[in-house]
Design a protein around this ligand. Sequence first.
Ligand code: HEC
Ligand code: HEC
Ligand code: HEC
Length: 478
Amino acid sequence: MLTGSTRDRLVCNMKQGWKYAAVIGLMAVSFGAAHAQDADEALIKKGEYISRLSDCVACHTALHGQAFAGGLEIKSPIGTIYSTNITPDPTYGIGKYTLQDFTKAVRQGIRKDGSTVYPAMPYPEFARLSDEDISALYAYFMHGVKPVARQNKQPDISWPLSMRWPLSIWRSMFVPSVPKGNDPSIQDPEIARGEYLVNGPGHCGECHTPRGFGMQVKAYDAKGGPVYLSGGAPIDNWIAPSLRSNSDTGLGRWSEDDIFFFLKTGRIDHSAVFGGMADVVAYSTQHWTDDDLRATAKYLKSMPAVPEGKNLGQDDGQTVALLEKGGQGNAGAEVYLHNCAICHMNDGSGVNRMFPPLAGNPVVLTDNPTSLANVVAFGGILPPTNWAPSAVAMPGFKDHLSDQQMADVVNFMRKAWGNNAPGTVSASDISKLRTTGAPVSTAGWNTSSQGWMAYVPQPYGHGWTFSPQTHSGVDNAQ
Ligand code: HEC
Ligand code: HEC
Ligand code: HEC
């Protein structure tokens, strides 16, 4: 803008004035450009953060592959799906996507060519993304991500299930149309932010809410009732437990601080991350701002418990006495004493931030014991995070213990220290888990299988693996 005095001078002295005008004009242009550049940079930065909230990288990067170039194998009951190249490469990636195309793909699962994306991509949750967040994401993917010329792999799914058109029926049946951004009915702005993060970009319910007969997530928000975030079925044989506040199988005994530090560092005094959640912490939540982690913790704690817990896991001393006497012929107690107590202790209390406690631990108490059996057979690695840089491992026992011994120790933990959960895992359950990867069946799970596309009941679990190749702390490419 020309100031009054500049204008005066322009009038007085045309020659001089033109010079001034040109200089000021140039300054204005370059100042404007710098300003626009700052604004773009800020938008791209914001987009990068939204992509962290949404964990785009974990699914869209193959093991040792280039970031966002796709190719991660996702095994499903009907065949293998590969994530796609979402770098801005114009030929192989999404370089030709307009903001509108991009919005449609992310929120509705519809590609530029009109075909429907497999719901392995969590678009039903991403439908919540606000317009601003989508625009920022788009700016990041177009200008902040390096283009990679890597061709997409076609899914290995045979006809007729390979046809994509039934997916649009799925979409119309199961994907609700939702308002964008924060839910205006939530008064507290911090809780509203937490609700948005959990149900929108964070897509926590993909794993933590059970699925229905068509594989759809049963409730995308709290309006779906008690089933919402009440715990999922096995994925890669890890169970995502309830995030509701019941005291035995949920977050009832977790404080806001516990949730905050678990999501930020992967470990707290009484729990440690493993399985699919290890990837979530490593690629996503450890990068969230403290404010966003607090909001998430506050939101999760604000929900009522369903069902109320019985406050299990209060040790009455019997288990410790049994172990101190060498197990006294209790097969599971003997296995525990000789193989586990050194780290997890006789009283099942573990060691803070190193070895998780087993008494009153939702992983031990949750309805389906698949995670429990899986961690005993295959072990687990507590990933290093930016905030807790050492990796700690739990050894797998499949080569040291028989199937019967593993079943015994699982059943022992279910009952020990006042845990009081059903302990009915058999040697054949362990053998199947170990050799075929089938989750441990309990009533209600695994009663029928196959034929997801035909909308026949299909437990979420057997054959489904989301990110088999991305194991935290191993792959520096991501
Ligand atoms: C849980 C895994 C997962 C996450 C998280 C995920 N995606 Fe995807 N996405 C997929 C899969 C799998 C496909 C391909 C599905 C298919 O072939 O139908 C896909 C497809 C897409 C497509 C369509 C690409 C094309 O070729 O037309 C876009 C765009 C996309 N994702 C963007 C994103 C963005 C942006 C994010 C983060 C905000 C994200 N995805 C997060 C799994 C995921
Ligand atoms: C890819 C599937 C997946 C996604 C997505 C996911 N989780 Fe998890 N989560 C798991 C699994 C599996 C476990 C059990 C292993 C463990 O405790 O580390 C778990 C455990 C947890 C726990 C510990 C619960 C307990 O009782 O031990 C919390 C808290 C949690 N998740 C919060 C979240 C939040 C918040 C989100 C969304 C930002 C989220 N999860 C997204 C799979 C997932
Ligand atoms: C060398 C020490 C060590 C030994 C021995 C050991 N564990 Fe662990 N255990 C760990 C560590 C470390 C973790 C956390 C691993 C992770 O989060 O990936 C863990 C995790 C677990 C968990 C999951 C709990 C949770 O909340 O993450 C269970 C259940 C478990 N161990 C049971 C056993 C049993 C049963 C045995 C004996 C058969 C055993 N452990 C032997 C160190 C050990």
